[in-house]
Write a protein that binds this ligand. Structure first.
Ligand code: UD1
Ligand code: CA
Length: 459
Protein backbone atom coordinates (compact mmCIF):
# COMPACT_ATOMS: atom_id res chain seq x y z
CA UNK A 1 0.00 0.00 0.00
CA UNK A 2 1.21 3.53 -0.74
CA UNK A 3 1.42 6.16 1.98
CA UNK A 4 1.91 9.90 2.12
CA UNK A 5 3.68 11.72 4.95
CA UNK A 6 3.18 15.49 5.02
CA UNK A 7 5.71 17.52 7.01
CA UNK A 8 3.97 20.30 8.85
CA UNK A 9 6.01 20.72 12.01
CA UNK A 10 7.86 23.91 11.11
CA UNK A 11 7.28 27.32 12.60
CA UNK A 12 8.08 29.76 9.83
CA UNK A 13 9.81 32.32 12.08
CA UNK A 14 9.97 34.89 9.33
CA UNK A 15 6.16 34.98 9.11
CA UNK A 16 6.18 36.59 12.58
CA UNK A 17 2.93 35.02 13.72
CA UNK A 18 1.95 32.28 16.16
CA UNK A 19 0.67 29.72 13.72
CA UNK A 20 2.38 26.76 12.07
CA UNK A 21 3.63 27.75 8.64
CA UNK A 22 1.55 25.19 6.70
CA UNK A 23 -1.58 26.81 8.18
CA UNK A 24 -0.95 30.09 6.34
CA UNK A 25 -3.53 30.51 3.63
CA UNK A 26 -3.25 30.64 -0.11
CA UNK A 27 -6.56 31.65 -1.71
CA UNK A 28 -8.22 31.41 1.70
CA UNK A 29 -7.22 27.76 2.22
CA UNK A 30 -4.31 26.63 4.42
CA UNK A 31 -1.27 25.48 2.39
CA UNK A 32 -1.61 22.16 4.22
CA UNK A 33 -5.07 21.72 2.71
CA UNK A 34 -3.67 22.23 -0.80
CA UNK A 35 -1.17 19.44 -0.19
CA UNK A 36 -3.84 17.15 1.31
CA UNK A 37 -6.12 17.78 -1.68
CA UNK A 38 -3.33 16.93 -4.13
CA UNK A 39 -2.92 13.58 -2.31
CA UNK A 40 -6.66 12.94 -2.35
CA UNK A 41 -6.86 13.72 -6.07
CA UNK A 42 -4.00 11.30 -6.64
CA UNK A 43 -6.06 8.71 -4.73
CA UNK A 44 -3.68 8.50 -1.80
CA UNK A 45 -5.83 8.09 1.25
CA UNK A 46 -3.30 6.74 3.69
CA UNK A 47 -1.99 10.02 5.06
CA UNK A 48 0.07 10.92 8.10
CA UNK A 49 0.70 14.54 9.03
CA UNK A 50 3.74 15.43 11.12
CA UNK A 51 2.91 18.31 13.45
CA UNK A 52 5.26 20.18 15.76
CA UNK A 53 5.11 23.92 16.31
CA UNK A 54 1.67 24.78 17.74
CA UNK A 55 0.45 21.28 16.97
CA UNK A 56 -2.92 22.04 18.52
CA UNK A 57 -3.71 24.39 15.62
CA UNK A 58 -3.15 21.55 13.16
CA UNK A 59 -5.29 19.20 15.28
CA UNK A 60 -8.05 21.76 15.50
CA UNK A 61 -8.01 22.26 11.74
CA UNK A 62 -7.86 18.57 10.78
CA UNK A 63 -10.49 17.64 13.35
CA UNK A 64 -9.51 13.95 13.19
CA UNK A 65 -9.65 13.70 9.39
CA UNK A 66 -6.20 12.10 9.14
CA UNK A 67 -3.63 10.47 11.38
CA UNK A 68 -1.05 12.83 12.90
CA UNK A 69 2.22 12.37 14.77
CA UNK A 70 3.98 14.87 16.99
CA UNK A 71 7.56 15.98 16.43
CA UNK A 72 8.28 17.51 19.83
CA UNK A 73 11.54 19.25 18.82
CA UNK A 74 12.43 20.58 15.39
CA UNK A 75 15.57 18.74 14.35
CA UNK A 76 15.05 18.83 10.59
CA UNK A 77 13.09 17.16 7.81
CA UNK A 78 14.73 13.75 8.39
CA UNK A 79 13.81 13.92 12.08
CA UNK A 80 10.25 14.88 11.14
CA UNK A 81 9.89 11.79 8.94
CA UNK A 82 11.37 9.61 11.74
CA UNK A 83 8.27 10.41 13.82
CA UNK A 84 6.11 8.70 11.21
CA UNK A 85 8.02 5.37 11.32
CA UNK A 86 5.30 3.60 13.38
CA UNK A 87 2.72 4.77 10.81
CA UNK A 88 4.90 3.48 7.94
CA UNK A 89 5.56 0.15 9.67
CA UNK A 90 1.83 -0.32 10.08
CA UNK A 91 1.33 0.26 6.36
CA UNK A 92 4.63 -1.16 5.09
CA UNK A 93 5.29 -2.99 1.87
CA UNK A 94 4.70 -0.29 -0.72
CA UNK A 95 5.96 3.22 -1.27
CA UNK A 96 5.80 6.40 0.76
CA UNK A 97 5.44 9.88 -0.67
CA UNK A 98 7.00 12.57 1.53
CA UNK A 99 5.65 16.10 1.00
CA UNK A 100 6.26 19.55 2.49
CA UNK A 101 3.22 21.17 4.04
CA UNK A 102 4.51 24.59 2.97
CA UNK A 103 4.70 23.94 -0.80
CA UNK A 104 1.05 24.11 -1.85
CA UNK A 105 1.33 23.73 -5.61
CA UNK A 106 2.25 20.06 -5.74
CA UNK A 107 -0.41 18.52 -8.00
CA UNK A 108 -1.95 15.09 -8.44
CA UNK A 109 -0.61 14.79 -11.98
CA UNK A 110 2.99 15.19 -10.76
CA UNK A 111 2.36 12.76 -7.90
CA UNK A 112 0.98 10.09 -10.26
CA UNK A 113 3.57 10.48 -13.00
CA UNK A 114 6.49 10.45 -10.56
CA UNK A 115 5.11 7.26 -8.98
CA UNK A 116 4.96 5.69 -12.44
CA UNK A 117 8.64 6.49 -13.00
CA UNK A 118 9.47 5.31 -9.47
CA UNK A 119 7.82 1.93 -10.05
CA UNK A 120 8.95 1.43 -13.67
CA UNK A 121 12.59 2.04 -12.76
CA UNK A 122 12.33 0.10 -9.52
CA UNK A 123 13.76 3.14 -7.69
CA UNK A 124 14.53 3.27 -4.03
CA UNK A 125 14.06 7.06 -4.13
CA UNK A 126 12.48 9.29 -6.80
CA UNK A 127 13.03 12.97 -6.07
CA UNK A 128 10.54 15.40 -7.61
CA UNK A 129 12.57 18.31 -8.94
CA UNK A 130 12.07 21.39 -11.09
CA UNK A 131 14.28 23.78 -12.98
CA UNK A 132 13.77 27.36 -11.85
CA UNK A 133 15.44 30.69 -12.64
CA UNK A 134 15.96 31.70 -9.03
CA UNK A 135 17.03 28.59 -7.07
CA UNK A 136 18.07 30.52 -3.94
CA UNK A 137 17.10 28.79 -0.70
CA UNK A 138 16.32 25.40 -2.23
CA UNK A 139 18.35 22.19 -2.08
CA UNK A 140 20.28 21.76 -5.36
CA UNK A 141 20.26 18.55 -7.38
CA UNK A 142 23.85 17.51 -8.01
CA UNK A 143 24.23 15.22 -11.02
CA UNK A 144 27.14 13.05 -12.13
CA UNK A 145 27.62 10.89 -15.22
CA UNK A 146 25.05 8.33 -14.19
CA UNK A 147 22.43 10.74 -12.88
CA UNK A 148 21.72 12.33 -9.52
CA UNK A 149 24.52 11.99 -6.94
CA UNK A 150 23.25 14.05 -4.02
CA UNK A 151 21.12 16.98 -2.85
CA UNK A 152 23.01 19.86 -1.23
CA UNK A 153 21.32 22.51 0.84
CA UNK A 154 21.96 26.19 0.08
CA UNK A 155 23.91 26.60 3.33
CA UNK A 156 26.17 23.61 2.60
CA UNK A 157 26.65 24.25 -1.12
CA UNK A 158 29.82 25.41 -2.84
CA UNK A 159 29.68 28.49 -5.06
CA UNK A 160 29.58 26.24 -8.13
CA UNK A 161 26.74 24.12 -6.72
CA UNK A 162 24.75 27.27 -6.01
CA UNK A 163 24.68 27.92 -9.75
CA UNK A 164 22.63 24.73 -10.29
CA UNK A 165 19.07 25.54 -11.37
CA UNK A 166 17.53 22.14 -10.77
CA UNK A 167 16.14 22.13 -7.24
CA UNK A 168 14.55 19.72 -4.80
CA UNK A 169 10.80 20.28 -4.45
CA UNK A 170 10.88 18.58 -1.03
CA UNK A 171 8.55 15.88 -2.41
CA UNK A 172 9.85 12.35 -3.00
CA UNK A 173 8.72 8.78 -3.42
CA UNK A 174 10.59 6.21 -1.30
CA UNK A 175 10.28 2.46 -1.03
CA UNK A 176 8.83 2.43 2.47
CA UNK A 177 11.19 -0.21 3.89
CA UNK A 178 14.23 1.57 2.40
CA UNK A 179 13.14 4.90 3.85
CA UNK A 180 12.90 3.42 7.34
CA UNK A 181 16.43 2.02 6.86
CA UNK A 182 17.87 5.40 5.68
CA UNK A 183 16.27 7.30 8.55
CA UNK A 184 18.30 5.17 10.96
CA UNK A 185 21.51 6.26 9.24
CA UNK A 186 21.01 10.03 9.05
CA UNK A 187 23.44 12.23 10.96
CA UNK A 188 23.53 15.89 11.88
CA UNK A 189 26.90 16.66 10.25
CA UNK A 190 25.90 19.74 8.28
CA UNK A 191 25.75 23.52 8.46
CA UNK A 192 22.38 23.53 10.26
CA UNK A 193 23.05 20.59 12.63
CA UNK A 194 19.81 18.97 11.47
CA UNK A 195 18.78 15.52 10.28
CA UNK A 196 18.41 16.23 6.56
CA UNK A 197 16.00 13.89 4.78
CA UNK A 198 17.88 14.80 1.60
CA UNK A 199 20.97 12.87 2.84
CA UNK A 200 19.05 9.66 2.18
CA UNK A 201 19.87 10.10 -1.54
CA UNK A 202 23.57 9.78 -0.83
CA UNK A 203 23.00 6.85 1.55
CA UNK A 204 20.90 4.98 -1.03
CA UNK A 205 23.46 5.46 -3.79
CA UNK A 206 26.21 4.14 -1.51
CA UNK A 207 24.14 0.99 -1.05
CA UNK A 208 23.97 0.64 -4.84
CA UNK A 209 20.24 1.34 -5.03
CA UNK A 210 18.43 3.17 -7.85
CA UNK A 211 17.81 6.87 -7.31
CA UNK A 212 16.37 9.16 -9.95
CA UNK A 213 14.76 12.56 -10.29
CA UNK A 214 11.37 13.23 -11.81
CA UNK A 215 11.64 16.68 -13.36
CA UNK A 216 8.21 18.27 -13.03
CA UNK A 217 6.67 19.98 -16.06
CA UNK A 218 5.08 22.42 -13.64
CA UNK A 219 7.95 24.40 -12.00
CA UNK A 220 5.46 25.87 -9.48
CA UNK A 221 5.50 22.55 -7.59
CA UNK A 222 8.59 23.75 -5.75
CA UNK A 223 7.25 27.15 -4.74
CA UNK A 224 7.05 27.60 -1.01
CA UNK A 225 6.53 30.53 1.30
CA UNK A 226 9.25 31.34 3.79
CA UNK A 227 8.07 34.86 4.58
CA UNK A 228 5.10 37.16 4.02
CA UNK A 229 6.43 38.29 0.68
CA UNK A 230 6.68 34.69 -0.49
CA UNK A 231 3.13 34.03 0.72
CA UNK A 232 1.84 37.02 -1.24
CA UNK A 233 3.64 35.70 -4.32
CA UNK A 234 1.95 32.31 -3.89
CA UNK A 235 -1.43 34.00 -3.49
CA UNK A 236 -0.86 36.09 -6.59
CA UNK A 237 0.14 33.06 -8.64
CA UNK A 238 -2.84 31.02 -7.44
CA UNK A 239 -5.27 33.89 -7.89
CA UNK A 240 -4.16 34.60 -11.45
CA UNK A 241 -4.32 30.92 -12.39
CA UNK A 242 -7.96 30.77 -11.26
CA UNK A 243 -8.90 33.99 -13.05
CA UNK A 244 -7.23 32.77 -16.25
CA UNK A 245 -9.20 29.52 -16.10
CA UNK A 246 -12.47 31.50 -15.89
CA UNK A 247 -11.40 33.82 -18.72
CA UNK A 248 -10.91 30.76 -20.90
CA UNK A 249 -14.37 29.53 -19.91
CA UNK A 250 -15.98 32.77 -21.12
CA UNK A 251 -16.36 34.68 -17.86
CA UNK A 252 -16.05 38.46 -18.24
CA UNK A 253 -13.61 40.57 -16.21
CA UNK A 254 -13.12 44.17 -17.27
CA UNK A 255 -10.87 44.81 -14.30
CA UNK A 256 -9.48 42.28 -11.84
CA UNK A 257 -8.64 44.68 -9.00
CA UNK A 258 -9.45 43.06 -5.68
CA UNK A 259 -11.05 40.00 -7.25
CA UNK A 260 -10.24 36.77 -5.40
CA UNK A 261 -11.89 33.52 -6.45
CA UNK A 262 -11.49 30.22 -4.63
CA UNK A 263 -10.34 27.16 -6.54
CA UNK A 264 -13.63 25.29 -6.23
CA UNK A 265 -15.88 28.11 -7.46
CA UNK A 266 -17.78 27.41 -10.69
CA UNK A 267 -18.95 30.20 -13.01
CA UNK A 268 -20.78 29.83 -16.32
CA UNK A 269 -19.98 31.74 -19.50
CA UNK A 270 -21.37 35.22 -20.06
CA UNK A 271 -21.28 36.20 -16.39
CA UNK A 272 -19.39 39.33 -15.42
CA UNK A 273 -17.37 39.56 -12.20
CA UNK A 274 -16.59 43.11 -11.08
CA UNK A 275 -13.86 44.67 -8.93
CA UNK A 276 -13.55 43.94 -5.23
CA UNK A 277 -15.46 40.67 -5.38
CA UNK A 278 -14.50 37.59 -3.36
CA UNK A 279 -16.06 34.29 -4.37
CA UNK A 280 -15.47 31.52 -1.86
CA UNK A 281 -16.06 27.92 -0.96
CA UNK A 282 -18.23 25.80 -3.24
CA UNK A 283 -20.03 28.77 -4.78
CA UNK A 284 -21.69 28.10 -8.14
CA UNK A 285 -22.76 30.94 -10.42
CA UNK A 286 -24.94 30.52 -13.51
CA UNK A 287 -24.75 32.33 -16.84
CA UNK A 288 -25.35 36.00 -17.62
CA UNK A 289 -25.05 37.22 -14.02
CA UNK A 290 -23.50 40.52 -12.92
CA UNK A 291 -21.61 40.02 -9.67
CA UNK A 292 -20.03 43.07 -8.05
CA UNK A 293 -18.56 45.45 -7.50
CA UNK A 294 -17.61 44.57 -3.94
CA UNK A 295 -19.44 41.34 -3.20
CA UNK A 296 -18.51 38.48 -0.89
CA UNK A 297 -20.25 35.27 -1.93
CA UNK A 298 -19.47 32.23 0.18
CA UNK A 299 -20.84 28.73 -0.46
CA UNK A 300 -23.84 29.99 -2.43
CA UNK A 301 -25.73 28.76 -5.44
CA UNK A 302 -26.53 31.63 -7.78
CA UNK A 303 -28.73 30.81 -10.79
CA UNK A 304 -28.79 32.50 -14.21
CA UNK A 305 -29.21 36.23 -14.78
CA UNK A 306 -28.76 37.31 -11.16
CA UNK A 307 -27.44 40.79 -10.38
CA UNK A 308 -25.61 41.39 -7.09
CA UNK A 309 -24.19 44.79 -6.22
CA UNK A 310 -22.37 45.29 -2.88
CA UNK A 311 -23.85 42.09 -1.47
CA UNK A 312 -22.49 39.69 1.12
CA UNK A 313 -24.15 36.28 0.88
CA UNK A 314 -23.38 33.07 2.77
CA UNK A 315 -24.65 29.48 2.39
CA UNK A 316 -27.77 30.50 0.49
CA UNK A 317 -29.52 29.95 -2.85
CA UNK A 318 -30.45 32.79 -5.15
CA UNK A 319 -32.75 31.88 -8.04
CA UNK A 320 -32.77 33.18 -11.61
CA UNK A 321 -33.28 36.83 -12.38
CA UNK A 322 -33.00 38.12 -8.80
CA UNK A 323 -31.62 41.65 -8.26
CA UNK A 324 -29.98 42.44 -4.94
CA UNK A 325 -28.15 45.46 -3.60
CA UNK A 326 -26.56 47.73 -2.76
CA UNK A 327 -25.49 46.98 0.86
CA UNK A 328 -27.37 43.77 1.50
CA UNK A 329 -26.49 40.88 3.80
CA UNK A 330 -27.91 37.45 2.96
CA UNK A 331 -27.15 35.14 5.88
CA UNK A 332 -27.00 31.33 5.90
CA UNK A 333 -30.04 29.21 5.16
CA UNK A 334 -31.81 31.66 2.86
CA UNK A 335 -33.51 30.90 -0.43
CA UNK A 336 -34.30 33.92 -2.56
CA UNK A 337 -36.71 32.86 -5.30
CA UNK A 338 -36.90 34.11 -8.86
CA UNK A 339 -37.86 37.67 -9.66
CA UNK A 340 -37.23 38.95 -6.12
CA UNK A 341 -35.86 42.47 -5.68
CA UNK A 342 -33.91 43.36 -2.55
CA UNK A 343 -32.65 46.90 -2.06
CA UNK A 344 -30.37 48.84 0.25
CA UNK A 345 -29.70 48.01 3.92
CA UNK A 346 -31.65 44.78 4.00
CA UNK A 347 -30.67 41.70 6.00
CA UNK A 348 -32.20 38.32 5.26
CA UNK A 349 -31.42 35.37 7.54
CA UNK A 350 -32.54 31.74 7.33
CA UNK A 351 -35.63 32.70 5.33
CA UNK A 352 -37.45 31.81 2.15
CA UNK A 353 -38.44 34.79 0.05
CA UNK A 354 -41.15 33.84 -2.50
CA UNK A 355 -41.22 34.65 -6.22
CA UNK A 356 -41.56 38.29 -7.18
CA UNK A 357 -41.42 39.65 -3.63
CA UNK A 358 -39.90 43.11 -3.07
CA UNK A 359 -37.88 44.12 -0.01
CA UNK A 360 -36.79 47.53 -1.10
CA UNK A 361 -35.05 49.06 1.91
CA UNK A 362 -34.02 49.06 5.56
CA UNK A 363 -35.61 45.75 6.52
CA UNK A 364 -34.71 42.68 8.58
CA UNK A 365 -36.30 39.36 7.64
CA UNK A 366 -35.10 36.52 9.88
CA UNK A 367 -36.42 32.96 10.30
CA UNK A 368 -39.36 33.63 8.00
CA UNK A 369 -41.32 31.95 5.24
CA UNK A 370 -42.42 34.66 2.86
CA UNK A 371 -44.89 34.01 0.01
CA UNK A 372 -45.04 35.36 -3.53
CA UNK A 373 -45.38 39.01 -4.57
CA UNK A 374 -45.19 40.36 -1.04
CA UNK A 375 -44.26 44.01 -0.66
CA UNK A 376 -42.23 44.98 2.39
CA UNK A 377 -42.46 48.62 3.41
CA UNK A 378 -39.36 50.45 4.54
CA UNK A 379 -38.22 49.53 8.04
CA UNK A 380 -40.07 46.23 8.48
CA UNK A 381 -38.62 44.07 11.24
CA UNK A 382 -39.33 40.44 12.00
CA UNK A 383 -38.87 40.21 15.74
CA UNK A 384 -37.68 36.62 15.77
CA UNK A 385 -35.76 36.39 19.03
CA UNK A 386 -37.04 36.91 22.55
CA UNK A 387 -33.62 36.45 24.14
CA UNK A 388 -34.16 32.72 24.65
CA UNK A 389 -35.78 31.15 21.59
CA UNK A 390 -35.93 32.05 17.92
CA UNK A 391 -39.35 31.75 16.28
CA UNK A 392 -40.59 31.92 12.70
CA UNK A 393 -42.88 34.31 10.89
CA UNK A 394 -45.11 33.20 8.06
CA UNK A 395 -46.19 35.79 5.50
CA UNK A 396 -48.78 34.79 2.85
CA UNK A 397 -48.78 35.58 -0.87
CA UNK A 398 -49.53 39.18 -1.90
CA UNK A 399 -49.23 40.68 1.57
CA UNK A 400 -48.59 44.41 1.68
CA UNK A 401 -46.60 45.27 4.78
CA UNK A 402 -46.71 48.90 5.79
CA UNK A 403 -43.57 50.84 6.69
CA UNK A 404 -42.17 50.26 10.16
CA UNK A 405 -44.19 47.12 10.86
CA UNK A 406 -42.90 44.83 13.62
CA UNK A 407 -43.88 41.18 13.33
CA UNK A 408 -43.47 39.55 16.74
CA UNK A 409 -42.70 35.87 16.03
CA UNK A 410 -44.16 33.31 16.05
CA UNK A 411 -46.85 34.96 13.95
CA UNK A 412 -48.66 34.34 10.70
CA UNK A 413 -50.05 36.78 8.16
CA UNK A 414 -52.60 35.11 5.85
CA UNK A 415 -52.98 35.85 2.14
CA UNK A 416 -52.95 39.47 0.94
CA UNK A 417 -52.93 40.90 4.45
CA UNK A 418 -52.33 44.63 4.75
CA UNK A 419 -50.61 46.07 7.77
CA UNK A 420 -50.81 49.77 8.46
CA UNK A 421 -47.56 51.70 8.82
CA UNK A 422 -46.15 51.54 12.32
CA UNK A 423 -48.15 48.47 13.35
CA UNK A 424 -46.80 45.88 15.78
CA UNK A 425 -48.33 42.51 15.00
CA UNK A 426 -48.59 40.22 18.02
CA UNK A 427 -51.13 37.67 16.79
CA UNK A 428 -52.06 35.91 13.55
CA UNK A 429 -53.96 37.91 10.92
CA UNK A 430 -56.47 36.09 8.68
CA UNK A 431 -56.52 36.21 4.85
CA UNK A 432 -57.47 39.53 3.22
CA UNK A 433 -57.56 41.49 6.52
CA UNK A 434 -56.03 44.81 7.47
CA UNK A 435 -54.11 44.98 10.74
CA UNK A 436 -53.83 48.44 12.21
CA UNK A 437 -52.42 49.41 15.56
CA UNK A 438 -52.48 53.12 16.01
CA UNK A 439 -53.20 55.63 18.78
CA UNK A 440 -55.34 58.68 17.96
CA UNK A 441 -53.14 61.58 16.88
CA UNK A 442 -53.80 64.68 19.01
CA UNK A 443 -52.97 68.06 17.54
CA UNK A 444 -52.45 71.11 19.80
CA UNK A 445 -52.58 74.12 17.55
CA UNK A 446 -50.07 76.93 18.15
CA UNK A 447 -48.25 74.88 20.78
CA UNK A 448 -44.73 75.54 19.52
CA UNK A 449 -45.00 79.29 19.13
CA UNK A 450 -44.11 80.20 22.75
CA UNK A 451 -41.35 77.56 22.84
CA UNK A 452 -39.94 78.76 19.56
CA UNK A 453 -39.85 82.37 20.79
CA UNK A 454 -37.84 81.38 23.90
CA UNK A 455 -35.43 79.33 21.88
CA UNK A 456 -34.78 82.13 19.43
CA UNK A 457 -34.24 84.66 22.25
CA UNK A 458 -31.71 82.39 23.92
CA UNK A 459 -29.68 82.02 20.71
C1 UD1 B 1 13.69 21.52 2.35
C2 UD1 B 1 14.74 20.62 1.69
C3 UD1 B 1 15.26 21.32 0.44
C4 UD1 B 1 14.11 21.62 -0.48
C5 UD1 B 1 13.04 22.42 0.23
C6 UD1 B 1 11.81 22.55 -0.64
C7 UD1 B 1 15.85 19.39 3.49
C8 UD1 B 1 17.05 19.25 4.32
N1 UD1 B 1 15.82 20.39 2.64
O1 UD1 B 1 14.36 22.69 2.77
O2 UD1 B 1 16.20 20.49 -0.19
O3 UD1 B 1 14.57 22.33 -1.63
O4 UD1 B 1 12.64 21.77 1.44
O5 UD1 B 1 10.88 23.40 -0.06
O6 UD1 B 1 14.97 18.54 3.59
N2 UD1 B 1 9.61 20.49 8.95
C9 UD1 B 1 9.21 19.76 10.06
N3 UD1 B 1 10.09 19.56 11.07
C10 UD1 B 1 11.35 20.03 11.04
C11 UD1 B 1 11.76 20.76 9.92
C12 UD1 B 1 10.87 20.97 8.89
O7 UD1 B 1 8.06 19.31 10.11
O8 UD1 B 1 12.09 19.78 12.00
C13 UD1 B 1 8.66 20.70 7.84
C14 UD1 B 1 8.32 22.15 7.62
O9 UD1 B 1 7.12 22.52 8.31
C15 UD1 B 1 8.11 22.23 6.12
C16 UD1 B 1 8.97 21.10 5.57
O10 UD1 B 1 9.26 20.26 6.65
O11 UD1 B 1 6.76 21.99 5.77
C17 UD1 B 1 10.28 21.65 4.96
O12 UD1 B 1 11.02 22.26 5.97
P1 UD1 B 1 11.84 23.59 5.76
O13 UD1 B 1 12.51 23.93 7.02
O14 UD1 B 1 10.98 24.62 5.14
O15 UD1 B 1 12.93 23.05 4.73
P2 UD1 B 1 13.71 23.87 3.67
O16 UD1 B 1 14.85 24.55 4.33
O17 UD1 B 1 12.81 24.68 2.87
CA1 CA C 1 10.68 25.51 3.03
Amino acid sequence: MNNAVILAGGQGKRMKADIPKPMFKVLEEPMLEWVIKACEEAELSNLCIVKGYMAEKIDEYLNGRYETVLQSERLGTGHAVMQSVPFMEKNGGGNTLVLCGDAPFIDSETIKKSLELHENENNSITVITAEIDDPEGYGRIVRGESGITSIVEEKDATAAQREIKEVNSGAYWFKTSDLIEYLGELTRNNAQGEYYLTDSVFIALNKGRNVNAYISENPNVVLGANDRKGLLALNTAARMAVIEKHLENGVEFNCIDGIVIGRDVEIEAGTEIMAGTHLRGKTKIGKDCRIGPNCIIDDCEIKDGVSLNYVQAFKSTIDAGVKIGPWVHIRPGSHIKSGVKIGDFVEIKNSIIGEGTAVAHLTYVGDSDVGKKVNFGCGTVTVNYDGIVKSRCEIGDNCFIGCNTNLIAPVKLGKAVYTAAGTTITRDVPDYALAIDRGVVKIKEGYSLTKLKKRLEKA
